[in-house]
Write a new protein. Structure first.
Length: 157
């Protein structure tokens, strides 16, 4: 599943009482959730933008994007900065727990529906010990038009 190396590395995070993972190859960094500036007229799932060392980065509420409601805020809330189809965006999550290494054999294909998240966003499900980790495909979280809108937000703000 990860370009022939035989092992997949995931950044594992919590969102609405579920455990998710994204391929570490798409993750640029993980930061504390602070200083998000709202942008009028942005798509509903876009929370706003942040200034990351002089770069304006759009920030999305991942729970809202996945149809799970709004992500609450706590001291554990983080923003995972990802590269998505040529656009950089931050994804607000409830907390980041670890980097996990998996064999492709540990990953099962996604079922039609898991916890309200459309299978279109899923890469698969991994059983890790006693817990399930839902693998999100970052490249599918945004439609082409949304990626273009995120790139535009980065330029305008």
């Amino acid at each position: 599943m990860d370009k022939g190396r035989g092992e997949l590395q995931l950044v594992v995070f919590r969102l609405k009482e579920q455990v998710y993972g994204v391929d570490i190859n798409h993750v640029l960094e993980i930061i504390r959730a602070a200083g998000v500036t709202a942008i009028p007229g942005a798509p509903a799932f876009v929370e706003g933008v942040i200034n990351l060392r002089g770069r304006v980065i759009p920030v999305i509420d991942l729970a809202r994007r996945l149809g799970l409601g709004t992500t609450g805020r706590s001291e554990n809330t983080r923003i995972i900065i990802v590269e998505v189809g040529g656009a950089t965006a931050g994804m607000v999550v409830d907390g980041v727990s670890e980097v996990l290494r998996l064999s492709p054999d540990d990953i099962q294909p996604p079922p039609a529906m898991v916890a309200g998240v459309s299978a279109a966003f899923l890469r698969g499900i991994a059983l890790v010990g006693e817990r399930l980790v839902i693998l999100l495909d970052v490249t599918r979280i945004f439609h082409r038009e949304e990626k273009e809108a995120l790139r535009e937000l980065s330029r305008e703000a």
